[in-house]
Ligand binder design. Structure first.
Ligand SMILES: *Cc1c(COP(=O)(O)O)cnc(C)c1O
Length: 482
């Protein structure tokens, strides 16, 4: 274990990690080459540190945190799969990495072609006709999708007032509905953990603009009544939004368009492998039916003969939703990932994701309650309620898992399962790592009877113990006061 010293405290005046070559002007003093008015009055407050110390500092920090390159990360709904390093190689190609966002179209044909092709591939994967790559997160896609629904409804003559959402939905769904100016109508899942078409029929009316359904849903279950639901919603003039965060379960096997949806969003950082979490950049994409393409944000990457360009001439568009083209470097990684795997590879992604989840579910369901005991898709939700009765809350189990070197599953979500433990192993885990995780979960279950304190006071092996998890957001202070 090394020090707990901030990089600013390691700073020593004059120490440096780089040196500049002598310029053509024969003058080593860069300041002399920059016009006076652009020079800083006060030096930037940056740490002065040698290169090896800099590298050590960050490598050491990276080992204190959990990450996918260090260990199993079964965070449900987040698809923490291994991110192939070839993605980063592609993103670092000078032609992409050095591209200026204001480059003339003629000078960035490759980047435009990549975006155009990626949009086409995503449309093909989902069975839709067109795709926007502008949103930078799943949540922003939801807003874009709802604004598209609003624009389409307006064009038809009535924007309507409400959107239907199941009780298993991700919290971003109702939030997006409100931001788009609609009211939320919540319907409950049945005992089977899925939606019933009859329940949708009961609330669907001429004042309802549509429905948002995650499929498979957040319980990891396939919404098998989706075709009937689509018919009911369409018959009443509504549109269907698919939250596609769980697309890892369907890739290559089911197309959202065939299920009757009108649009689907991608979390490119989840399904198509960009490191995410911890506030890093993500990217969304929204694919829609032919009828809805005119409403997608502008500009759209387009093609005219052999030339690629950004099409701004879109009079019915909901407008621009993000500066420039969204998070291009994440789009580039998603494109690399898709090309790298090919359609056969993408098929195997979902097959193995589903297989791994079912394997793990079977290992754990004897000791942890499984509220919906059926074949799951890419994830499943256990309840820690039996363990809670014996003195350990789900939070304690999650903390104890850290001692075994595993990231905890998603806990207390979805809200409809008490003491929920939502586990998504992903396709990139070996059977050995699944076995090790199951062994740790079963050991924790035994510890609750033998040594409860060990579980309720966990973690014991991590650099920090139980943190106040809300303080940092409530008293945000990121300034360094050295
Ligand atoms: C992750 C997720 C979202 C939100 O996506 P972000 O990219 O984090 O904004 C929405 N719905 C579901 C089901 C998700 O898992």
């Amino acid at each position: 274990m090394t020090d707990d010293v901030l990089i600013y405290e390691k700073s020593r005046p004059g120490r440096t990690g780089f040196s500049l070559a002598e310029t053509d002007a024969g003058d080593k003093n860069v300041d002399a080459l920059i016009p006076e008015k652009y020079l800083r009055a006060v030096p930037a407050e940056l740490p002065e540190i040698s290169k090896p110390e800099l590298v050590r500092h960050y490598v050491e920090m990276s080992t204190r945190n959990h990450h996918i390159d260090k260990g199993f990360y079964p965070l449900g709904s987040c698809t923490m799969k291994y991110n192939p390093k070839i993605n980063d190689t592609a993103a670092a190609l000078p032609g992409f990495a050095n591209l200026h966002p204001l480059a003339e179209e003629g000078n960035c044909q490759g980047a435009l072609e990549l975006m155009y092709n990626l949009g086409t591939m995503l449309a093909e994967i989902t069975g839709f006709a067109g795709t926007t790559l502008q949103p930078v997160a799943g949540a922003q896609c939801e807003l874009v999708g709802l604004l598209v629904i609003r624009a389409a409804m307006k064009k038809r003559g009535n924007v309507r007032k409400k959107i239907i959402i199941p009780d298993s939905a991700h919290g971003t769904n109702p939030a997006s509905v409100i931001m788009a100016g609609y009211d939320v109508v919540q319907i409950n899942s049945t005992e089977r953990g899925i939606l019933s078409a009859d329940d949708v029929a009961r609330v669907m009316d001429e004042e309802t603009a549509g429905i948002m359904i995650t499929n498979p849903n957040t319980l990891g279950l396939f919404e098998s009544e989706i075709e009937q639901i689509a018919r009911i919603v369409h018959d009443a003039g509504g549109l269907l939004y698919m939250d596609g965060a769980n697309l890892n379960a369907l890739l290559g096997h089911v197309k959202p368009a065939d299920m009757g949806y009108d649009m689907v969003h991608f979390n490119l950082h989840k399904t198509f492998s960009t490191p995410h979490g911890g506030g890093g950049p993500g990217a969304g994409a929204l694919s829609v039916t032919e009828e809805l393409i005119p409403f997608l944000p502008r500009p759209m990457p387009a093609k005219d003969g052999g030339r690629y360009y950004l099409d701004n001439d879109r009079p019915d568009s909901i407008g621009r939703m993000h500066s420039f083209y969204g998070n291009f470097a994440v789009l580039l990684r998603a494109y690399t990932y898709i090309c790298h795997l090919g359609s056969k590879g993408l098929n195997r992604v979902s097959e193995n994701a589903v297989l791994n989840a079912n394997y793990l579910k079977e290992l754990l369901k004897g000791k942890y309650e499984l509220p919906h005991d059926t074949i799951c898709m890419h994830e499943f939700v256990l309840s820690g309620s039996q363990q809670k009765k014996r003195g350990a809350r789900t939070l304690d189990i999650a903390k104890r898992l850290l001692d075994f070197g595993f990231h905890a599953p998603t806990i207390y979500f979805p809200l409809i399962v008490s003491e929920a433990l939502m586990i998504e192993p992903t396709e990139t885990e070996s059977i050995e790592s699944l076995d090790r995780f199951a062994a740790a979960m079963l050991q924790i279950d035994r510890e609750i009877d033998k040594n409860l304190e060990l579980v309720t006071s966990a973690p014991h092996n991590t650099p920090v113990k139980r943190l106040n998890e809300v303080q940092a957001t409530k008293t945000l202070d990121i300034s360094y006061k050295g």
